[in-house]
Design a protein around this ligand. Sequence first.
Ligand code: ADP
Length: 172
Amino acid sequence: MPATLRAICADITTLSVDAIVNAANNTLLGGGGVDGAIHRAAGPELLAYCHTLNGCATGEAKITPGFRLPARHVIHTVGPVWRDGKHGEPALLAACYRHALKLAAQSGLETIAFPCISTGVYGYPPDLAAPCALRAVREELARLPSIREVIFCCFSEEERTRYESLCEIFLA
Ligand code: ADP
């Protein structure tokens, strides 16, 4: 059975999935946006655990427990800071999605929710980030049959509509 892809508009910290993905920074020691929300909801145990991880390179991913979150795990990845699109940003953004999915599959997880990585403080234009994310997920899922469901957890109705139409195009 191919994985289900869906787009929803929600606070990612409320989702009961095997893993939510965090758009973290290189230190993994917390920040604003979705990172701050995840740390607040997971509790101080998450920050303590992250202190043992030695940070994370841009485009890579690391896994932690979800602690007080309804999600069982958090997969932390670090998106690229947008400059002009000519500094490897698309490849790095795609790598975030691919590495997070790979890590989920290696950890035996089947359901995963992504925020719109890099499109907040890191400034990646949302209309460019969405097709890049969709393409990377679709390509990686072809190699990872154990993943059952991927949720694009958008934070605005506009973003959700964008992902929904792209899902239809990409899955047609
Ligand atoms: P980055 O530094 O990678 O740009 P941000 O956290 O600033 O990360 O933003 C990434 C995306 O996450 C943005 O689209 C933002 O609107 C969204 N976002 C912020 N808080 C949440 C949340 N609680 N749940 C889901 N998405 C969120």
